[in-house]
Design a protein around this ligand. Structure first.
Ligand code: FMN
Length: 185
């Protein structure tokens, strides 16, 4: 069931956008370049930290796109998405695909996935997806996609984004959480 958009009780105090960004930025994420290929054969790619897994069965993921992004209509019309999870050494690629428009693809080595979607060499994971649902997300649009093929490409550390900057995963993991996680109702 899709819940109707909009707050039920917004409360008395407005949230300051800068404080909101800084606060949620304390939650670290990876960085992905999400790609698609338009009907005209143009490759589209955009750096996204909003990528997240959603469901195991069916296998669903999501990413959210700023409604001001030049590429918004490409995501809405795409028949496939490629999700390229970046390795630590790919932060310059992340910067390049975070620029609006521009020549993002020059010198980027890709393989082709379903519907010709670009899969970027050197990414540590590549997921090929088809559109599943799209939801209103305020000033972003939320795309839910069904994963149809995936590949763990190499063992490099992931690029980490937190506190408004790129970070290293090292100097070393703190260990796994207590398994099994209490999500098996
Ligand atoms: C680390 C990082 C993460 C980002 N995550 C997102 C995201 O999840 N959604 C989004 O809309 N923009 C995100 N951006 C910004 C877009 O990559 C940027 O606006 C891009 O230039 C849009 O491309 P376009 O306007 O050519 O379509 C992120 C940027 C960086 C550097």
């Amino acid at each position: 069931m899709t819940q109707a958009p909009g707050p039920r009780d917004p409360g008395p105090a407005a949230v300051d956008p800068r404080e909101f960004r800084d606060t949620v930025g304390r939650f670290p994420t990876g960085v992905a370049i999400v790609t698609c290929r338009t009907a005209e054969g143009e490759d589209v790619g955009m750096t996204m930290s909003s990528f997240s897994s959603v469901s195991l069965e069916p296998p669903l993921v999501l990413f959210s796109v700023d409604c001001r992004a030049y590429s918004l209509s490409a995501w809405e019309q795409a028949d496939a998405y490629g999700i390229n999870v970046l390795a630590e050494g790919q932060h310059e690629l992340s910067n390049r695909f975070a620029r609006p428009l521009g020549e993002k693809w020059e010198g980027v080595s890709v393989q082709r996935g379903i519907h010709g979607v670009p899969l970027i060499d050197g990414a540590i994971a590549q997921l090929e997806c088809v559109p599943y649902a799209q939801y209103d997300g305020g000033d972003h649009s939320i795309f839910v996609a069904r994963v149809v093929r995936l590949r763990q490409a190499n063992r490099a550390d992931p690029l980490v984004f937190a506190l408004g900057r790129y970070n290293h995963l090292r100097p070393g993991p703190l260990g796994p959480p207590d398994w099994p996680l209490p999500i098996h109702y």
